[in-house]
Design a protein. Structure first.
Length: 192
């Protein structure tokens, strides 16, 4: 299978979290992006899982595209040695620039910010505003409660069952990479 030129947006925590497996998955994902010649698009932080993904991708020669709002430059330690480093005025602009410059989204463990980013792109997908793949990297079941919540929303009649179809759940980085390859191949084929 040919290597696909694509940009993958990664949403994840600016902290490491309680489980060392989260950091390992972030490192492995960053390396996998580089191995597949996919550009990393992310929040431009140099801390937590964000910094881990970027350092691994960069160390393996990946192109990196970071976007950070002015007010988080110090808090998230803006990583200025990226291929592209963009400073925005606010969070809304950050999320827009990240999304518009990506072909797929992967969500690693994270907090409220990662949830916000996930639900925004999921809502846009539900509304038919894009068809980009959305993957939850469910390291050690981290996203199980979120998946249960989405299923609950559907069961209670607040969304169609198709909402669940917009989310691909991968338990490992290898599964995520395989799902990305498949989804990006289908997107490229439909674009031709």
């Amino acid at each position: 299978m040919p290597i696909l030129p694509a940009s993958v947006c990664v949403y994840c925590g600016s902290r490491f979290g309680a489980d060392p497996a989260f950091t390992e998955a972030a490192r492995d994902l960053g390396s996998a992006l580089a191995e597949n010649k996919w550009r990393l698009v992310y929040g431009a932080g140099d801390v937590g899982l964000m910094g881990t993904v970027a350092a691994a991708a960069k160390a393996q020669g990946a192109t990196t595209f970071g976007v950070i709002p002015q007010h988080l430059l110090q808090r998230e330690v803006g990583k200025r040695d990226l291929t592209t480093f963009i400073v925005t005025e606010n969070m809304h602009e950050r999320k827009k620039v990240m999304f518009m410059n990506s072909d797929a989204v992967v969500v690693l463990p994270g907090g409220a910010g990662s949830l916000d980013e996930f639900f925004e792109v999921l809502t846009w997908r539900q509304l038919g505003l894009h068809d980009k793949p959305i993957l939850l990297l469910n390291v050690n079941g981290f996203w199980d409660p979120l998946i249960g919540l989405v299923d609950h929303v559907i069961d209670q009649g607040y969304a169609e069952a198709s909402l669940r179809d917009f989310i691909t759940v991968a338990d490992t980085v290898d599964q995520a990479v395989a799902a990305l390859r498949d989804a990006l191949s289908r997107r490229m084929a439909s674009a031709e």
